[in-house]
Ligand binder design. Structure first.
Ligand code: CP
Ligand code: NVA
Length: 321
């Protein structure tokens, strides 16, 4: 019997041990290539002879470049297309696209407008499918964020993370992983842009430590990491309403002062200075956003290796990476 592919689409469906192994592998793999040129492949080349297809329905800088760089470092290659340039953009069924690409590449990464489309692709693909952002989550960014938090603050289990602002796709991924990795997540958002209630209920069922409030000061109190994102995500059409409702949720120096004195600031980028975050915070000493952006490569390499079936359980033991 053929095994079903290892999809990386919905964090809440994945095993905690796999997420932990991906983070540990990413950290070890990053350390092993310290000082190397970006294009030099890792010693073990776990993606040698493998090709990743990347399909974009929305804009991207970090996801596009980091997946391409990641596959090069893993010894593999990529094929990139905007969905609008494919027959998909003229109405070819997602199911047929999944079947065809499964005969041509070893994995498919998709940045999708509608999460259900990603699920349909995964259902019909014979190769792993990776969520490169949808309206319901951004799991690859989440793994890069956790890698960054662990680099700066130590193990994330038991730490308090504060999400301030829109209860959007990025916030959803923080909720999805909370029960798996044992951090406390305080979310401050306005009622009108609150996090997904199904996500919150699922996290509660899985004993996730997730709390919500409308007060950013309450969410941030004593937090080890303060995290925000744009107030207007790709696909959002209510720009002016969002800016008005989210204005009290700006992360500024005064808010950061309520967090733990060693707290770090994260933002998946692109940032809108003067809206969700001030210049002083994003360009200040507590900001780790450039490490966070770089860590997209390192986290995704280990996500890809996991999708390709590489055993990550004891990353540095017994094999050179
Ligand atoms: N953070 C992130 O996913 O960035 P891009 O939209 O540039 O890919
Ligand atoms: N929430 C943002 C993240 C961008 C990387 C969006 O979906 O546009």
């Amino acid at each position: 019997m053929t095994q079903s592919p290892r999809h990386f689409v919905d964090l809440w469906k994945l095993e905690a041990a796999d997420l932990r192994a991906i983070l540990d592998d990413a950290r070890a793999r990053k350390a092993a290539r310290d000082g190397w040129p970006m294009g030099r492949p890792d010693a073990d080349k776990p993606a040698e002879h493998r090709t990743l297809a990347m399909i974009f329905e929305k804009h991207s800088t970090r996801t596009r470049f980091s997946f391409d760089a990641a596959m090069r470092q893993l010894g593999g290659s990529v094929i990139i297309s905007n969905a609008s340039d494919m027959q998909l953009g003229r109405g070819e069924p997602i199911e047929d696209t999944a079947r065809v690409l499964s005969r041509m590449v070893d994995a498919i990464m998709v940045r999708a407008n509608i999460h259900e489309d990603l699920e349909r692709l995964a259902m019909n693909a014979a190769v792993p499918v990776i969520n490169g952002l949808s309206d319901k989550g951004h799991p690859c960014q989440l793994m890069a964020d956790l890698l960054t938090i662990e680099e700066h603050c130590g193990p994330v289990a038991g730490k308090t993370l504060a999400w301030v602002g829109d209860g959007n796709n990025m916030c959803a991924s923080f909720i999805h992983a909370a029960p798996k990795l044992g951090y406390r997540l305080n979310i401050a958002s306005p009622a009108v842009y609150h996090p997904d209630l199904v996500d919150l209920a699922r996290a509660a069922e899985q004993q996730g430590m997730v709390a919500t409030t409308h007060d950013p000061r309450e969410a941030v109190a004593g937090a080890h990491a303060v995290i925000t994102d744009t107030w207007v995500s790709m696909g959002d059409t209510d720009h002016d309403e969002r800016l008005e409702a989210l204005e009290p949720y700006q992360v500024d120096e005064e808010l950061m002062e309520l967090a733990d004195p060693r707290a770090i600031f994260l933002h998946c980028l692109p940032a809108h200075r003067g809206e969700e975050v001030t210049d002083e915070v994003i360009d200040g000493p507590q900001s780790v956003v450039w490490d966070e952006a770089e860590n997209r490569i390192h986290a995704q390499k280990s996500i890809l290796a996991w999708c390709f079936g590489i055993d990550l359980t004891h990353p540095p033991v017994g094999r050179e990476i």
